[in-house]
Design a protein around this ligand. Sequence first.
Ligand code: FES
Ligand code: FE2
Length: 408
Amino acid sequence: MRLGTARGHGVLAAQLLRPRAPPGSQRAGLPQIVSQDNILVRCPQTDRLGALQMFPKDTWYVAALPADIDGRPLGRRICGLQMVFFRGPEGQATALEDWCPHRGAPLSLGRVVDGRLVCGYHGLEMGHVGRTVAMPGQRVRGFAPIAAYPVVERHGFVWVWPGDASKADPALVPDLHWAGHPDWAYGGGLYHIACDYRLMVDNLMDLTHETYVHADSIGQPEIEDVAPVTRVEGDHVITSRVMHNISAPPFWRMALRSNGLADDVPVDRWQICHFTPPSHVMIEVGVAHAGHGGIDAPADKKAGSIVVDFITPETEHSIWYFWGMARNFKPHDKALTASIREGQGKIFAEDQQMLELQQRNHLLHPTRKLLGLNTDAGGVQARRIVERIVAAERAREAAGVELARATR
Ligand code: FES
Ligand SMILES: [Fe+2]
């Protein structure tokens, strides 16, 4: 499993985007998207800054963890935009285009000095709002500014808004009631996965796969015996499955024991998946000793938590997957947090190969029809919501372009 470090990112991005189109197939101005196997798959339309158009942009995405940008710049591509994250003069999280106005070097290869980003090539000093502040031996007044992206640091994450900055309202950052709360503990990690972000949403909104992909930890045959129920409330998709009077699978037996509960008695198990745009999936999961009310059982009869999934598109075919688990039992037990994190990390690593090779198949057969079964309802509904949002963004952009033309 590959952790999302700046260095790892560079290598992976190079693998994913290495342009090797057949001779004569490249169209000027459009990047060629190439799969891991160097198969040319499509030439997507791009906006002025080269961003791909298949994900919402006027929204907050998790870009990094606060510690990732402490003391050094972090280069990371988000929604097709190459960004550099660092801390400005007041320590504020900042995101700029990863482009030095001098010769186009990536500023992420430089260093941070007093809240300025010093280019690692010839020493240009970039300020946190995207304007050049100084350069050895040069007057910089006429240097073109670079793009700056709205950033908010909240709930233990660094959030970035890749779209229209005038719409970037910090109040729209999701409210994570558990974050920083003394009754809750959180542990998580970051995986880089070479798949369309919607495949990961599908995966998380249909937990039937647990029986097969995660057979040794959270999978169990009873999952298939209970059909999930999906409902849509505005832009919120909820897929629920409740299993009664079953034995707990290994991960949940460990959680019961950790909470001082017997792990060898029948339990009621719940999985309630919540999708909200653009790509956040929070899953209420847990087990309670059978007959005590399931998710509503008293605290001394259950072990439950929230699986936290923030899926940030890197490109059309790759994601930064911020995963974690928030729990409200034994919140001060740091060893338990570490052990749950390790267990969850192993479980989620099991999805990677499936998703990446599923993505490869889709790239090889882009027009081939897929089945839509009742278990797919959560992912299908999530896609409808995202498609509606993307269409509305495109319509707004087109209207803006028209207005600009008319007033020229
Ligand atoms: S490319 Fe950055 S200072 Fe020259
Ligand atoms: Fe999974």
